[in-house]
Design a protein around this ligand. Structure first.
Ligand code: ATP
Ligand code: MG
Length: 168
């Protein structure tokens, strides 16, 4: 699949933990184009897994997203983004600054996400968290259509992820 990404776009990665968002972002985008919730947690608390830092981390993440879109820089949001409520402020920023919004959904099998989580040397999450995120993503799929994204790309297998190319 060739994913069209206009310059200055907001690119929202959507998928549970272990679905491959960070790996994909590192492969296709410059480090400064990607704003990650884990990195923002580390910025505000020195610990990317510190869940207590989540509200502060997202305030920082949203501020960076707004400033980058205001300046028409392509901005990739690397967070699970599985809830409509978490996508809304991102889409609002894109609308405000006239940036096209593109969704990339990592619709990977739950078992694969759990397996990758188990294999992680650090930062592995409780399985019920990943089950819930996977369920939220699946339930979100029909809603994403009506949220205001210009393109929605659903990658539904590892080979779809690995063979995806980006037209920038
Ligand atoms: P989180 O939401 O927890 O940050 P994530 O969606 O960013 O998770 P990654 O960190 O990219 O997920 O990937 C999780 C694990 O799966 C990593 O160990 C990574 O090496 C492996 N992985 C990711 N994508 C692929 C892929 N396309 N092929 C093989 N392994 C992959
Ligand atoms: Mg990640």
């Amino acid at each position: 699949m060739n994913l069209a990404i206009n310059g200055g776009a907001l690119v929202v990665l959507i998928g549970p933990s272990g679905s491959g968002k960070t790996t994909f972002a590192a492969r296709h985008f410059r480090p400064t184009e990607t704003v990650s919730s884990d990195e923002c947690r580390a910025l505000v608390s020195d610990d990317e897994s510190n869940q207590a830092a989540t509200p502060a981390a997202f305030r920082v993440l949203h501020a960076i997203v707004r400033e980058r879109l205001r300046a028409h820089h392509t901005t990739v949001v690397d967070a699970t983004n599985v809830k409509s409520r978490s996508r809304q402020p991102l889409l609002a920023a894109a609308r405000k600054f006239g940036a096209p919004a593109i969704a990339i959904v990592f619709d990977m099998p739950l078992e694969l996400c759990l397996e990758r989580n188990r294999a992680r040397p650090t930062l592995s999450l409780p399985e019920d968290v990943i089950r819930r995120q996977h369920d939220e993503m699946t339930r979100s799929l029909p809603d994403i259509e009506g949220e205001g994204f210009e393109h929605i790309h659903v990658l539904d297998s590892v080979s779809a992820v690995d063979t995806a190319t980006l037209a920038l």
